[in-house]
Design a protein around this ligand. Structure first.
Ligand code: SAM
Length: 218
């Protein structure tokens, strides 16, 4: 990861192509595509791997973790239906790329990461890039009660089940997006909170995430 890169014609061109690729793969939300078109994904890669930054692939970020594929980031973001000013809890900060996409959409992001090295790195790097979020270190499988409730919650690691705590920390009308399955494959699930007791759940496509590790997870 490197913030000394310039964001020149070459990078902007590669980003445009990536946006076109995501459209062909089914991402339709113009605001999400515009956000992907703005965030310099190469800043999240060591310069030796710049040529990988605008491919639709996941890539190691250290500590056994990965930056999610641009398609996955766009897909999850689209499901959140972000409105300007939405208060969003992101569980699994990782590289911070997803965080930046949410901020581009006008979300106020609260993001939690359990790996100290990643937390330290990302909490320093994003403000340097001009992206402001609230960063927390800890186990997000219980959500982050102290700052609840949230309009939207996104989980960027694969969970065995939907933690009850996350549903409690959503506002009514709020949306949770979470991949649920085993440690290899998960189904993307969205849950809309209709009232304190009623939820609407939709099961979507299959993904491959690193595991959500914690008290209410693996
Ligand atoms: N959107 C991020 C990105 O593009 O870089 C995704 C990062 S990665 C797929 C998932 C992250 O979730 C990893 O950094 C991992 O350490 C973190 N994670 C796993 N379990 C967690 C937990 N219980 N609380 C917080 N973070 C967790």
């Amino acid at each position: 990861m490197n913030t000394n890169f310039t964001d020149g014609y070459r990078e902007k061109g590669a980003r445009k192509k990536l946006v076109e690729e995501l459209k062909t793969k089914g991402i339709e939300d113009e605001k999400v595509l515009a956000a992907i078109g703005k965030v310099p994904r190469h800043f999240f890669f060591h310069e030796n791997f710049w040529n990988q930054a605008y491919k639709d692939i996941a890539f190691p970020i250290g500590e056994g973790q990965t930056i999610s594929t641009p398609f996955t980031v766009a897909y999850q973001t689209q499901l959140l239906h972000i409105h300007k000013g939405d208060k969003v809890l992101e569980i699994g900060t990782g590289s911070g790329y997803q965080t930046c996409v949410l901020i581009e959409l006008g979300a106020k992001v609260y993001t939690i990461e359990r790996q100290e090295k990643l937390y330290n790195h990302t909490a320093l790097m994003l403000p340097e890039m001009g992206y402001k979020a609230r960063f927390f270190l800890g186990d997000g499988s219980r959500g982050y009660e102290k700052r609840a409730p949230y309009d939207k919650i996104i989980v960027t690691a694969g969970a065995p089940t939907v933690p009850e705590e996350l549903l409690k920390q959503l506002n009514i009308g709020g949306i949770l997006v979470i991949p649920v399955g085993d440690q290899k494959l998960q189904k993307m699930i969205t849950i809309l909170k209709l009232s304190e007791t009623d939820y609407e759940k939709i099961v979507l496509d299959t993904f491959r995430f690193v595991p959500l590790v914690g008290d209410k997870a693996w």
